[in-house]
Design a binder for this molecule. Structure first.
Ligand code: ATP
Ligand code: MG
Length: 492
């Protein structure tokens, strides 16, 4: 007969140790729960959408994000998918990443996951690492004015600058407070894997339907707390094809100078999000419209505004277009290429100034002096990691190398590790800088296009023909064309 309590001959000592283990585990868990944040009574209620009222399905979620949600829930904590993960699924888009919010503190999260590391000082959070996928878990944030005085004094948890900028944001709170601390209404949506409900704390679903980017709370205060929210407003409007609501848009121009306080390392991260998501061209136009581009590339911005350079705007726009189309075709891109493009003409202007001031310096020394100047100037705005600086330098150096093709030089350039990037950069320059009167760059680019894809013998002939063309360059245009025709029939 079936009995719910089958008999096993277990020794009393084993039973005792199991009971002790249970006591220890339960004791630890209840201590943890006691430490978990208290609910704030002043917070607003959410609109709740049951599973049949929304299209957010677990099938579209990362398995690792689900694992984290389940583990936190079974550890006795509240846990929700929040932000872009919910917003994008509601919009029928594939989320870029899956962020989780919980009432467990970073230390409590660490106790639950072996693959967890705690990161950030300004904003502490837990990263749960699954190979290449990282699930970001943030503890519910609370309001700083609600923090106990002792905590306010403790700069580890809360710190604000004179401008109102939050230098530390580690005051924990309830889910309602957390929702109020999020940036935009469409980002304050929480999905529970326990009951599959979506909690909408700030009318985010209404704004998703109206395609509106709207800050939660008083826009000026929220921008002062974190000026990067100005960039985020632009990023989401561009990414999601939405409009920034008038009250969210209004303070941007006046508060834009607060961007100068953002650390260069954070600007690098924001640059990647803004320019490597497949909408770089549109983003660039929006950043210029709100006068925010200058905080990324001051020298470039100045050149764009003084209108003295004939090609710079078209050059940058074309580089961004190319980047967008590569990303949208799932081809690889390196931020170094964009940095090289953004700073190419400012670099030329440094070179010119140094050359004029010190005419006896060698072209190579002038280049390296200009390089050092531009890099140190640019690092004030964006902390470009060394590995990308090295690629930028290679791309720029290759521009000179690609123009000198005699002897073994062409082969050496072809073998250069960054040849492809240098060649793509040359194509871009040729496309923008060539004119019907001056098509030298266009010819050079075509030469390299042909050179890469032909056999050794033809390559030899092509190198020889460079000299003939060079000698003939002093001849009349008609004779020059003739030599070119002869060369190309040789190559054919
Ligand atoms: P995506 O990942 O597609 O870029 P996202 O909305 O998920 O968009 P994240 O940067 O991943 O953006 O941030 C996750 C969530 O954290 C956001 O949706 C938002 O709720 C909150 N958040 C991020 N940055 C801020 C900020 N500066 N101020 C307030 N809340 C923020
Ligand atoms: Mg995200």
């Amino acid at each position: 007969m079936f009995s719910p309590f089958p008999y096993y001959p277990i020794k009393a000592s084993i039973i005792k140790s199991v009971i002790n283990l249970c006591k220890r585990v339960l004791g630890k868990a209840s201590k943890k729960m006691a430490k978990s944040p208290k609910k704030n009574k002043q917070t607003s209620a959410s609109n709740v959408l049951t599973r049949d009222q929304h299209n957010v399905s677990r099938k579209q979620m990362s398995n690792n994000a689900l694992k984290v949600l389940y583990r936190l829930n079974s550890g006795g904590y509240d846990a929700y998918l929040v932000g872009g993960g919910v917003r994008d699924l509601l919009l029928g888009l594939a989320p870029k990443d899956f962020d989780i919010a919980t009432n467990a503190t970073p230390e409590q999260i660490k106790d639950l996951f072996r693959n967890c590391r705690i990161i950030g000082r300004r904003f502490r959070l837990a990263h749960i690492v699954f190979g290449r996928e990282i699930i970001e878990v943030a503890t519910f944030r609370g309001h700083h004015e609600n923090a106990p005085d002792k905590e306010k004094l403790c700069q580890k948890t809360s710190k604000q600058s004179e401008d109102g900028m939050l230098l530390r944001d580690n005051i924990y709170g309830s889910i309602e407070e957390d929702a109020e601390r999020r940036d935009f209404t469409i980002n304050a949506l929480y999905y529970s894997a326990k009951d599959f409900k979506v909690h909408d704390f700030a009318n985010g679903i209404r704004d998703i339907d109206a395609k509106l980017i709207r800050l939660i709370g008083d826009p000026e205060t929220r921008y002062r707390e974190d000026p990067v929210r100005m960039l985020r407003a632009i990023r989401f409007a561009t990414k999601l094809d939405m409009t920034i609501s008038p009250e969210t848009e209004a303070p941007i121009s006046e508060l834009a100078p607060l961007m100068a306080n953002i650390p260069a390392a954070r600007m690098f991260e924001e640059f990647l999000k803004l320019f490597l998501s497949g909408k770089a061209q549109l983003t660039f136009e929006q950043l210029k419209k709100y006068d925010l581009f200058r905080y990324f590339f001051p020298a470039t911005d100045q050149m764009l505004n003084d209108g003295t350079h004939p090609h710079i705007e078209r050059f940058i726009v074309q580089a961004l277009k190319n980047t967008d189309s590569r990303i949208n075709n799932e081809q690889r891109v390196t931020p170094a290429f964009l940095f090289a493009a953004m700073l190419w003409y400012p670099l030329q202007s440094h070179i010119e100034r140094i050359r004029n001031g010190q005419p006896h310096m060698s072209p190579q020394d002038i280049f390296f002096a200009a390089l050092a100047e531009i890099m140190s100037e640019q690092q004030q705005s964006i902390a470009i990691p060394k590995r990308f600086q090295a690629v930028m330098k290679d791309i720029w150096i290759l521009q000179e190398k690609l123009s000198r093709r005699d002897g073994k030089r062409a082969y050496k350039a072809l073998e250069h590790q960054k040849f492809r990037a240098g060649y793509d950069f040359l194509l871009l320059r040729a496309e923008i800088e060539s004119t019907p009167e001056d098509d030298e760059l266009q010819e050079l680019a075509k030469w390299w296009t042909d050179f890469q894809s032909t056999d050794n013998n033809t390559q030899e002939l092509m190198i020889k023909s460079v000299f003939q063309t060079r000698t003939s360059s002093r001849r009349s245009p008609r004779k020059r064309r003739k030599v070119r025709e002869t060369n190309s029939s040789d190559n054919g």
